[in-house]
Write a protein that binds this ligand. Structure first.
Ligand code: KIV
Length: 305
């Protein structure tokens, strides 16, 4: 497996993503939920970072994304935004943060933008077209998520491939076209047969980003923990592990446990001796540091020198 750090300086914007798709340049997208991971992802040269409501599962431990609140999304968007310089930053609108009224949706999308997101993602088809138009009008770019919509898990009866019959596929293809007309700047195609994803990609003129929808979209998104191989028990067909994070973590933690138990860590080498000195004249406190000695070393006060 070959790899390289894709060092690029140009900031990824909505128009840039649209140009990339038109030029046939593949778009890379990955989820992030915290500052440290976001910094690594940005450094590697990923084009788009999604603060996904998948955080309900991978961060909060729920079995689906439904419990995630707008406050959760705002918090994680703010953390991720601190780590991003180049990538385009998108945040998911969580369940019931955009379906109740357009006013509420604009207010909630605005919270994500104020937290640092540069666009938002909503799930839905034709029924979301008005909202896409409305968000655009106030200057918020929208990605529309069609096909397998995780927030509709109960209607689908599980996370199931969508658009398998011609009739269902036609509905989703129509959704994609209507959403583009309404002003969606891109589409996320999840859990679709690859022919359906290909047909959408050929039909619309905005970028399509796939997950579990085959190789013929303009780009690809993955959940960061799936890419890194953090959970060996979760290996659906559409996931490819690029590392064995689970093994690396368990090994490193095992070494740490043994070292601490056996007195191998920390050693003097990892120690700094700190002493609090109460100085004469006003009780001002200062810290002295001296490596490798337990002896107290009093700091002279200015007046004693
Ligand atoms: O929430 C999420 O992580 C998503 C995936 C499709 C990447 O929407």
């Amino acid at each position: 497996m070959s790899y390289q750090i894709h060092k690029m300086n140009e900031k990824i914007t909505v128009p840039k993503l649209q140009r990339m798709a038109k030029a046939g340049e593949k778009i890379t997208m990955i989820t992030a939920y915290d500052y440290t991971m976001a910094s690594l992802i940005d450094e590697a040269g990923i084009d788009m970072v999604l603060v996904g409501d998948s955080l309900g599962m991978v961060i909060q431990g729920h079995s689906n994304t439904l419990p995630v609140s707008i406050d959760d999304m705002v918090y994680h968007t703010r953390c991720v935004a601190k780590g991003i310089e180049r990538a385009h930053l998108m945040a998911d609108m969580p369940f019931l943060s955009y379906q109740i009224s357009h006013e509420e949706a604009v207010s909630n999308a605005g919270k994500l933008i104020k937290a640092g997101a540069e666009s938002v993602k909503i799930e839905g088809g034709e029924e979301m077209a008005d909202l896409v138009w409305y968000l655009n009008k106030v200057g918020i770019p929208v990605m529309a998520h069609v096909g397998l919509k995780p927030q509709s898990v109960h209607i689908m009866g599980g996370y199931k491939v969508q658009g398998k019959t011609t009739k269902d596929a036609d509905v989703i293809i129509n959704d994609a076209q209507v959403l583009e007309e309404a002003g969606a700047f891109s589409l996320l195609l999840e859990g679709l047969p690859m022919e359906v994803a290909q047909k959408i990609t050929e039909t619309v003129s905005i970028p399509t980003i796939g997950i579990g929808s085959g190789p013929r979209c303009h780009g690809q998104v993955m959940v960061i923990y799936d890419l890194l191989g953090a959970n060996p028990h979760f290996k659906p067909r559409f996931v490819k592990n690029y590392a064995n994070f689970h093994e690396v973590c368990i090994k490193a933690l095992g070494h740490y446990i043994s070292d601490v138990r056996e007195g191998m860590f920390p050693t003097e080498e990892h120690s700094v001796y700190r002493e609090l000195q109460m100085l004469e004249g006003g009780g001002k406190q200062e810290l002295t540091k001296e490596k490798g000695s337990k002896k107290s070393k009093r700091v002279k006060h200015e007046s004693e020198k």
